[in-house]
Design a binder for this molecule. Structure first.
Ligand SMILES: Cc1cc2nc3c(=O)[nH]c(=O)nc-3n(C[C@H](O)[C@H](O)[C@H](O)COP(=O)(O)OP(=O)(O)OC[C@H]3O[C@@H](n4cnc5c(N)ncnc54)[C@H](O)[C@@H]3O)c2cc1C
Length: 384
């Protein structure tokens, strides 16, 4: 068991951190205020191989590991969790194409996903199917031998309206998980429209909208993998990685919050002393740093389990996501507290981190659903 990063991993993380500091952090608060999606900045990560991080090189990806991916998302999130999280969703979609697409699909789609000429969205949730995703109602019916027609509405879709490539789960068969298939729908397909921009607490630098399909006719060759009934399996395996990634995004935001709090403790005076002289605050930052390190270990371990196809990978991903997103939110909130009233102002960037991280406890499976996954394993004697 090795607890240190390799030289290459350190270099990869440094590269992502530099990008975060130079290209993402300077715009983050304005994008949050104006609900601007900086597609040009996001596309800038493609040139660094960050659009298809853990897609194998022979399929046109960067050929890095899940652990490398976690290090990259953590670093990008140091600049802005909303931007890093969107990039993580794009990577999740690219990986699902690589893993489950036919050879022809990978050939046709991967180059544009790798260059981010096409930005992507992952479309599972519906107005009546969130945590219980297998209850989804969107339908896909065969129309002759060469087409499917999709109908239904997807809810809360990150990147919707801005993305070009929609990875959509729809029902081709009966009730439950076995009736779900996965399709790719391009933005300009007649019958595909988007709901109004959702007004959110955080994550304002990326759009969230409904994706609406009305008589949306697509080529049968857009059925991912060319086989019906596999979609739910794809969706869930994508989410294991998605959980690690969103946990990593919480780590990066918490890391920046600890850094901000530490600097502030040397700047701000009260009762004739620096804040850094008060033991209560020394202990607070000690706990924040300890929690951050514990969360990091869980996320890195889950990423490593995915890399090794460890049978416990889903369990570690759920544990890591639950822990890192809860602790990450708490660390940002504590950093805000250390800033006193100034932490509550937009100028210091702490309130944005708290708002952005709140949703990490809700999506990619809520933290209650993480507990459902974990308790099922533990109670079945599976672990630990
Ligand atoms: C900003 C944002 C972006 C998103 N992006 C995407 C995206 O890109 N693609 C996508 O497909 N989805 C996306 N989502 C949807 C997200 O994944 C869902 O909101 C989430 O899965 C929860 O579903 P729900 O909102 O319908 O809540 P519900 O499922 O209605 O849950 C309500 C509450 O009940 C709890 N609950 C439900 N079932 C159980 C249970 N069995 N045991 C205990 N508690 C339970 C939940 O934890 C929650 O607290 C996004 C959501 C948001 C807010």
């Amino acid at each position: 068991m090795h607890f240190s990063l390799t030289e290459e991993q350190t270099a990869i993380q440094d590269m992502a951190l530099n990008f975060a500091k130079e290209r993402i952090a300077p715009g983050a608060s304005e994008w949050d205020e104006t609900a601007h999606f900086p597609a040009d900045v996001i596309r800038g990560t493609a040139g660094l191989g960050m659009a298809t991080i853990y897609v194998p090189a022979e399929q046109g990806g960067s050929g890095l590991s899940r652990l490398d991916g976690a290090l990259i998302f953590e670093a990008l999130s140091y600049g802005c969790p909303a931007i890093a999280s969107y990039i993580s969703i794009h990577n999740m979609v690219a990986w699902m194409v690589a893993k489950y697409g036919t050879t022809d699909q990978v050939k046709a789609w991967m180059p544009k996903l790798a260059s981010m000429d096409w930005l992507s969205s992952y479309c599972l949730t519906e107005p009546g199917a969130g945590s219980d995703a297998a209850a989804l109602k969107a339908s896909a019916r065969k129309d002759g031998d060469h087409h499917y027609v999709l109908d239904g509405t997807k809810q809360f879709i990150s990147g919707a309206g801005a993305a070009d490539f929609y990875f959509i789960f729809a029902r081709t068969g009966g009730e439950g998980a076995a009736g779900v298939s996965a399709f790719v729908v391009m933005k300009d397909t007649p019958g595909l429209t988007f709901g109004a921009l959702e007004k959110k607490m955080g994550w304002n630098a990326q759009p969230t909208r409904q994706v609406i399909m009305e008589n949306c006719r697509i080529p049968a060759s857009n059925l991912v993998g060319g086989v019906e009934g596999q979609g739910f399996k794809f969706a869930m395996s994508g989410l294991d990685g998605g959980r690690v990634n969103i946990g990593a995004c919480s780590l990066g935001a918490a890391w920046s919050a600890v850094d901000k709090a530490r600097s502030y403790m040397f700047e701000r005076k009260a009762f004739g002393k620096n804040l850094s002289d008060f033991q209560a605050l020394q202990f607070k930052i000690a706990d924040m740093a300890t929690d951050l390190e514990a969360a990091r270990m869980m996320i890195y371990r889950a990423a490593d389990a995915l890399d090794r196809a460890d049978p416990q990978a889903s369990l570690y991903s759920a544990m890591g996501k639950r822990y890192a997103t809860d602790l990450g939110f708490d660390i940002c909130n504590q950093a805000l507290q250390i800033h006193g009233g100034y932490g509550y102002l937009k100028d210091y960037g702490l309130e944005k981190l708290v708002r952005d991280l709140r949703v990490h406890q809700i999506l990619e499976g809520t933290n209650e659903i993480m507990r459902v996954v974990i308790s099922r394993k533990v109670l079945s004697g599976n672990r630990p």
